[in-house]
Ligand binder design. Sequence first.
Ligand code: ADE
Ligand code: ZN
Length: 347
Amino acid sequence: MGPEYMRTFIANMPKAELHLHIEGTLSPETILRLAQRNGVDFPYRSVEEIRQALAARPAGLEGFLDHHYLRIPLLQTERDFFDMTFDLLRSCKENNIVYTELFFDPQVHTSRGISFGDVIEGIDRGRRSGAEAFGVEANLIMCINRDRSVGSAFEMLDQARPHRRRIIGLGMDSYEEGHPPRKFEEVYSQAREEGYRLTAHCDVDQTDSVSHIWECLDLLNVERIDHGVNTIDDPDLVEEVKRRKIPLTTCPIWRSSDPAPQDTDRIKSLFDHGVLVTLNSDDPAEFDSGYLTNLIAGVQQASDYSKGDLVRLARNTFEASWLPLEAKNAYIEDLHAYAEANGVETT
Ligand code: ADE
Ligand code: ZN
């Protein structure tokens, strides 16, 4: 099967996505519009300048985040959060994503004086209007910024309490170096008592990545790991992740300077070991991999996944979701109907 055939197969396949940061979806055009609307002095003045700055940023998590956070002051009002979420669900529709769980970072907004209420109201309204307009179902995961204090994370839980039913889970992201998962053990324990589903980022090739993943399992009791590619470095961890059926939301993104999608060999190896691997786009406006169809098409070429493998990966994502069992099974049935109509046997 040629690359164009596979791309079409991927494009038309009903998909889910579980690792997608709303704040990582501002296109250059949206950035310029928001800068004007809110009178924010963004350092880059044209689509071309924004693209060049993206291409020139240093490699790695810190280089990414330093650049990512420049965009945050553009978001000022409830309407901005609404527009961002509504636009994202339109992009999901264009990618045949039928279900998604979206990350948002309350602390980067509340620390600028924007109320938690405005943030969640805009995002949740965008989520509901987007579902109506595009038929894309979404749930929300709020992330602790792990480089901030434990007190600040508890404060976020307090602020979220009146909105508890609008938020399905708790995650953790931002700068990982020096901020191990154990720092937030008590916050996770409290969140579990409040009924949140739990996940956490363990970004790729950080200092102590493997022990961070163990801490997430043993101290935070997470149900998923975001990224988690370094699981492959420890055979006992591979076995434990399989035993506990912990999904990994991997993000084999690429930048313009990368020769290929990142980490594909390790991801394929985890997949071959039977780990519940899923493919996700992370911050699609900030990587050349973009949205999910394009990302999976690049990964398929790099790792030579068959159509059956691609269906398995898509099924993993529905299985790894926090949907009720019945809804999960309904999506998986639709996926299997698509697979069988395209000559892929399912069991
Ligand atoms: N914030 C947005 N995307 C992130 C990622 N992949 N890791 C850590 N923090 C993030
Ligand atoms: Zn992420």
